[in-house]
Design a protein around this ligand. Sequence first.
Ligand SMILES: Nc1ncnc2c1ncn2[C@@H]1O[C@H](COP(=O)(O)OP(=O)(O)O)[C@@H](O)[C@H]1O
Ligand SMILES: [Mg+2]
Length: 257
Amino acid sequence: MSRVEELLFPRRKERTDERRKERSHGDVRDEVFDRLTLLAVSRLVTQGQFQEVDYSISTGKEANVFRVSGRSGFGALKIYRISNAVFRHFPPWALEDLRRTVGPGSFGRLVFAWAHREFTALKTCEGAGVPVPRPRVQWRNLLLMDLVGSPEGVPAPPLIHAPLPDPKRVLNELVRGVRRMAEKAKLVHGDLSPYNVLLNEGHPVLIDLGQTLSVEHPQARELLLRDALNFARFFRHAGLAVEGEELFHRMGGDRWP
Ligand SMILES: Nc1ncnc2c1ncn2[C@@H]1O[C@H](COP(=O)(O)OP(=O)(O)O)[C@@H](O)[C@H]1O
Ligand SMILES: [Mg+2]
């Protein structure tokens, strides 16, 4: 077994020892790294995509994110869960789309398609100059992207937890990014909250693009408006006088008069 496999899938005794040592990490690994996932991770390691899984950055409902490192620097490995019923969290508009691609049945393939969907959205946004992490590779339920963080490898905090010395500049950059996403990438994020924006050395970066939808979709307007209202509330708390409707239009809402 490679070092990474040892780390991710320890033998029972080691696992118990490790649990005692670092309870939270051990638990996360047990839950996420079922056999199929482990094989997929090994494949990326064999390909040289990264060498080490360093630690867990986040444990979410659908996915866990780990910092990884290797010759190409630090990365963020997002692992979508396949072992429990995550599809309950898929928003209906995305589920329709996925079902069309995958067909009925196969839950695993639905999750792979979901990871692929996020990868494609990241690619499109990167190409359009929207601030998103650069996607590197997607395989089965794994998505490897650049780490958003300091050159030393410290992950950037979500906006909700970041100090905001200059909220106005951050809001302007954010609005520009979302507008570019609608105009150039022709996509609406669909779940843009202060949790899904990282603040990287003062600059907002959009993440979590799995539920992104086309600007042509009948629900696109409603979702962009919801995101705009959310952000207006957030930035009002940070001391700015902003209204949701105004943000909506600045974000590209004039596409739907
Ligand atoms: N490329 C990245 N660089 C640094 N941290 C990341 C990156 N992608 C995700 N994260 C961290 O992982 C968390 C969860 O990622 P996200 O894509 O929002 O998944 P979830 O579906 O669990 O919400 C984020 O809030 C962020 O802290
Ligand atoms: Mg998220």
